[in-house]
Design a protein around this ligand. Sequence first.
Ligand code: SF4
Ligand code: SF4
Length: 301
Amino acid sequence: MRERVVDIEGSILRLDGGKCIVCGRCIAICRKITSALDYAYRSIDTAISTPFNVKLDESTCIACGQCTVYCPVGAIIEVDSTRRIKDILGRGMRPTVCIEPEAIIGLCEALNVKGGSYGKILEALKRIGCGRIILWKPKLKVTARRGSVELIPYSEAEARYIQVRHPDLLRYMANSPILDDRDSIWITPCLARKIGGGNIITVRETARLLTPLDINSLPEADFDEIKLGGVDREVVKAVGVEGIERVIRKMRSEKVEGSVALYVCPDGCLYGGGQPYMELYTKIKREEILAQIRNKIETTE
Ligand code: SF4
Ligand code: SF4
C-alpha cells in the first residue's frame, strides 16, 4: 500500500494520485512533447508528478491532453465541465451547439454507434436540450506578407509549445482561433480549446452526458448548418511534434516563406487530447468510422 499519494492540480487538467497506477504511459507521451511529467520518489512511493510538484499550469504543460488519452484508468483527466453544461441545458433555452467533425467520430466510437450513423449523436444532443447543431471547424487567418513566415497555432496548445520549446520564434506566431460566441456550447476533440474559457466540452465529457441514452435506438437528426472554416490562403501543415520540429529545423537552416499551420497532436485532431481513451486498435476504428461517415454523406448527396 502506497503511503504517499501525489495529486497535481491544474485549471484545465489534473492528476488524481489515488487513482494512478504508475504505469508511466503519460510520461512516455509527455516526454515527446514538453516533459512536464516525470517520476518522483522511489520504490513503493514512486509517483507521477511535475518538477517540484508544481501545479500543471505552472509547469511546461501545454494542455495538449495527450496524457489523458493514454491514461488507462482516467487518473489524469480534464477538469470536468459537465455539471456546468447540464445547468445550461437545464434552463430550457436550447443553446446552439458547434461540434467539430473529429468530435463526431470520437462520439460514434465512445458510444458504440453502429455504421457511422452520426445522426443518432445529433438526435441525442437534441434530446438532452441542445438547439441548433452546427458542424464547425475554425477558420485559420493567414496574415503573412510576401517574403515573410508565420506560424499559425491551431489551438492554444501549439502557441504554448512554441513558447516552451522555441521562445525565440514567438515573433513569428499568429493568434490561435477564437471561439467568439460565449452562449454556444462547443464540443471539441481538442482539450486546449478549454484554455480560453466558455462552454467548451471534450468528446469524453460529451460522451458522459449522452451515456444514459440508448443511442442506437434513436432516429437520425441532421446538422442545422455547416460552417467549416478552412483557410484564407494556402498554408503548409505541420502535424505532430515531429512535423513541427521538421518545419522549425528548416526555418533555422534556410530561408522559409509563407504560413505554417501547427497541430501538436500526432496525426491531428482525430487523435486530439479531448478524444476517448486510445486503445490498441483506436486508429483502425476511427478510420473505419470516418470511411462509414464519408460513404453515408456521399450516398445522401
Ligand atoms: S497535457 Fe500534454 S504537455 Fe501537459 S502533461 Fe499532458 S502530455 Fe504533457
Ligand atoms: S497514465 Fe494514468 S495511471 Fe499511468 S502513470 Fe500516468 S496518470 Fe498514472
